[in-house]
Design a protein around this ligand. Structure first.
Ligand SMILES: [Cu+2]
Length: 145
């Protein structure tokens, strides 16, 4: 009986403290996994780093894209984008909402893509600048249930 009371009191305290500090919101935010993907590198290699992404369906992710290379690149994965829910894309002070299929990153650019994949599958990723995909700027996004 005493243990039940202690548990109950503790629960109430936890709920109180949580609401006080907005903990549920903070927790929800920290549950978004961040995945960094670089489009090319400083020596101009035509690759994605990493070129294989492993995601879980129904889980939100923040894709942190950057372009450390001297060339313009694209992050293009139409089928993946179609099978996902984009909450937003943020680049600098601009936030874009709605359907996104492709992001263009100029040299030195960074963008955040907050996305929840909705359907398991293996989706191809490529850079759509002419010659880049054949040179190796391709990748795979694997979404599992
Ligand atoms: Cu490219």
């Amino acid at each position: 009986m005493r243990l039940i009371w202690q548990t109950l009191v503790l629960s109430v305290v936890v709920i109180f403290v949580s609401s006080l500090y907005g903990l549920p919101i903070a927790l929800a935010d920290s549950q978004v996994d961040e995945i960094k993907v670089s489009l090319g590198n400083s020596s101009g290699e035509l690759r994605f780093f990493p070129s294989n992404l492993q995601l879980e369906a129904g889980k939100p992710y923040k894709l942190l894209l950057d372009n450390p290379s001297p060339n313009k690149h694209y992050f293009t994965s139409k089928d993946f984008a179609d099978a996902s829910w984009t909450r937003k894309v943020q680049a600098g002070k601009v936030e874009v909402k709605g359907a996104i299929h492709e992001l263009e990153l100029k040299p030195g650019a960074e963008a955040e893509w907050v996305i929840t994949p909705m359907k398991a599958g293996t989706y191809e990723l490529h850079c759509s600048i002419e010659g880049h995909a054949p040179a190796g700027m391709v990748g795979e996004i694997v979404v599992t249930d």
